[in-house]
Ligand binder design. Sequence first.
Ligand SMILES: [Zn+2]
Length: 70
Amino acid sequence: MVILDRIRQFVERVAPLPICEACLAGHLDGLSEQEVHLRVSELAVERGFDRARAPCGLCGNERLVVEKAR
Ligand SMILES: [Zn+2]
């Protein structure tokens, strides 16, 4: 499965909670936070996901998060 699909699936799994890039990297084995950052940028452009600065639904830290667009 390509990295973009793994990220998309995880974001959909935690929806409607927003999730930060650090939590994504922590839950997707083998991905660096930097790589997650790049892929989330693609996801937000191509596939109907929103990015915002908000509290993460998992760790609670206010960060750049991604969530499934409503
Ligand atoms: Zn988080």
